[in-house]
Design a binder for this molecule. Structure first.
Ligand code: NAD
Length: 319
């Protein structure tokens, strides 16, 4: 008997965006004849970052962008290098491969990148808009705010998998859905929990210390999510949260971590964004839809953000 579940690869999901992005790059040829320029800063010796960089280069060039990797051997010069790129009108987008210092200084560097060139969507203005469920940068709702690319990629994956119900009004399309997110980093897990809750879901946000609940309240009465502490992390509490979860998303950066298959509700949607596979092979005996990696969709979102930044800049130019 064949198993009812299906594994869906990120490459398949990103295909729609690859086509959309490629034709947009073509359409802006009059203002960017050589293609938009993305600059990546690499200031660490992390082989994973190196791989991600070469992958970004290949993908972006394949869609008509220009990509330039700038290596900064002495991290103390990175800030200057970013500022120079901020000022350079040739540069459309900037990304930095983190961790650089591996501490709060990295958060400072995120804010050094000009928000007009911040393809990763890490600028405080974008984060605050996201947490406050504000979707535009201007009062006329013509300039869309930028979302951090990995959380956005997971949202797009959930749309592709039809967990988002498009019969419901935009902004409420996850109404009633229960999601578990195992990771609460400031880069992915926390913004992701907020985005899903802002769209109407009940989200159990799990980290190594505790479990929190993100919701817009009963009947989605709040315009943005609220957070409630459910208690310290325990397997019992995790299992309880999972027992009714329609979606389980993992992002634990460890090759030893495996999400317990027995906690997964039959027919749940399972997505892993960690570079380590957080689900056992047996996930396929429980999940209806399983997405083992998300990186390809993330890169698409990065390039899509870059086009949006260019679009916003054009729209902001006074005629
Ligand atoms: P991080 O170290 O900042 O955060 C890890 C999170 O996982 C923390 O919230 C931590 O409490 C939680 N955690 C760790 N062990 C746990 C456990 N046993 N149970 C419950 N929670 C646990 O890492 P990060 O920057 O969020 O990155 C996480 C992973 O996602 C990495 O593998 C990274 O490479 C990957 N990543 C992927 C993409 C992508 O596009 N696919 C983008 C960014 C990061």
């Amino acid at each position: 008997v064949s198993k009812p579940g299906v594994t869906v690869l990120a490459s398949k999901i990103s295909k729609i965006y690859v086509d959309e992005i490629t034709s947009k790059v073509e359409a802006i040829k009059p203002i960017r004849p050589q293609g938009p320029l993305l600059v990546g800063f690499l200031a660490n010796a992390d082989p994973a970052a190196e791989m991600y960089a070469s992958w970004t280069k290949k993908t972006s060039e394949g869609m008509g962008f220009r990509y330039e990797l700038r290596r900064v051997d002495n991290k103390d010069f990175l800030e200057e290098a970013i500022i120079e790129a901020n000022r350079d009108p040739e540069v459309d987008g900037i990304m930095v491969y983190y961790p650089v210092f591996g501490n709060a200084q990295d958060q400072y560097l995120q804010q050094v990148v000009a928000k007009e060139k911040d393809v990763e969507g890490l600028n405080h203005v974008y984060y605050q808009n996201m947490y406050h469920n504000i979707r535009y940068l201007d009062p006329n709702n013509s300039l869309k705010s930028i979302l951090p690319c990995t959380p956005l990629a997971v949202v797009k994956i959930l749309e592709y998998l039809k967990v988002y119900n498009n019969l419901l009004p935009e902004g409420n399309r996850l109404y009633g859905k229960k999601c578990v997110v195992v990771n609460r980093s400031e880069i992915v897990g926390r913004p992701l929990a907020a985005l899903l809750a802002n769209d109407g879901a009940i989200v159990y946000s799990v980290d190594i210390d505790n479990i929190q609940k993100f919701t817009r309240g009963e009947g989605l009465k709040f315009t943005r999510h609220h957070v409630e502490d459910l208690g310290p992390f325990s397997d019992e509490l995790l299992q309880k949260c999972c027992s009714q979860a329609d979606v389980i998303i993992t992002g634990v950066p460890s090759e030893h971590y495996k999400f317990p298959t027995q906690y997964i509700k039959e027919g749940a949607v399972c997505i892993n964004f960690s570079s380590n596979r957080n689900f056992e092979e047996s996930v396929k005996t429980k999940a209806s839809l399983y997405v083992p990696m998300t990186g390809k969709v993330t890169i698409s979102m990065l390039l899509r953000n870059m086009l949006r930044l260019i679009e916003n800049a054009e729209k902001s130019k006074t005629p």
